[in-house]
Design a protein around this ligand. Structure first.
Ligand SMILES: Nc1ncnc2c1ncn2[C@@H]1O[C@H](COP(=O)(O)OP(=O)(O)OP(=O)(O)O)[C@@H](O)[C@H]1O
Length: 258
């Protein structure tokens, strides 16, 4: 079983990140304004903010899918300049290859990186088991529930050996019960296979349940409005008075509806 301790080393460092988009008519929309933050190695950081505030844009810049307009993001001291398997993405709507099995979907990244079949299938099998899908290796995506597809998405991201996992509202479209279950599961997986995680959500409860720390984004253009260290022991209880107090405190600072 692999374990990694939360490090004290800075893994990611965002310095004065600004992002604006310009449409075909030349109109500019400023989406991110002077974002500065650091993320420690193996930390579970949650970015909480209202819809359309710029959370996905920020993750896309971290993933190297979009350049910032100005500023920079460093990973282990090196500027992020494009996509890399070091940064795995998990999306709200997991796009699996429908004609490929769970095993083939999870092993796809290592296959593209030229990992030999036996090795990539062993790796995929390890992560399929870790996410609780042992026995479903030969299933096709249409045979899986929404929660199971998200598990495949998480296994697929892990199979690329990322150092950082970027999770963009991964449970946003799941029903409430499956969502609670997946929040619990993502922590179990992270505790067994520690990585630096940046998890984006617009759900305060989810943020308090999951995060070592919450960075609160304002409405668009997003700025860092507040930060909260969540030092409640895990597993956290939604009904714990301290949990509710924190939720209330954060809610008072947000533009989010409760
Ligand atoms: N490629 C683009 N071109 C122009 N505008 C864009 C582009 N990508 C995002 N935007 C705009 O940036 C703003 C922030 O979008 P973004 O998807 O980053 O927000 P979000 O906080 O992730 O939203 P949600 O919580 O609803 O997913 C929106 O107004 C969006 O229309």
């Amino acid at each position: 079983m692999e374990t990694r301790n939360i490090g004290i080393k800075d893994k990611i460092c965002c310095k004065h990140v600004f992002k604006s988009f310009t449409d075909l008519n030349g109109n500019m929309t400023e989406v991110l304004r002077d974002i500065n933050l650091t993320v420690a190695e193996n930390e579970f950081l949650v970015i909480l903010g209202p819809g359309q505030c710029g959370k996905t844009t920020f993750l896309n810049i971290m993933a190297g899918l979009e350049p910032p307009t100005s500023g920079e993001i460093l990973l282990d001291g090196e500027p992020i300049e494009g996509p890399s398997p070091k940064r795995g993405m998990v999306f709200q709507r997991i796009a699996l290859f429908p004609w490929k099995t769970v095993m083939e979907n999870v092993a796809m990244g290592p296959k593209l990186r030229g990992i030999p079949k036996k090795e990539r299938e062993e790796k995929a099998a390890y992560y399929i088991k870790l996410v609780g899908l042992a026995g479903f290796e030969k299933a096709y995506p249409h045979q899986l529930s929404g929660g199971m597809k998200q598990r495949v998405g998480i296994a697929r991201a892990y199979a690329n050996d990322p150092e950082v996992l970027l999770m963009d509202e991964p449970f946003g479209h799941l029903d409430a019960q499956t969502r609670y279950q997946m929040e619990h599961e993502v922590l179990r997986i992270w505790e067994q296979a520690r990585r630096t995680v940046i998890f984006v959500t617009n759900n305060i409860e989810e943020a308090v349940y999951l995060g070592d720390r919450i960075v609160l984004f304002s409405r668009c253009p997003a700025t860092v409005k507040a930060e909260y260290i969540i030092d409640l022991p895990r597993p956290r209880q939604y009904t714990d008075p301290k949990f509710l107090e924190l939720r209330q405190e954060i809610a008072g600072k947000t533009d989010l509806a409760l």
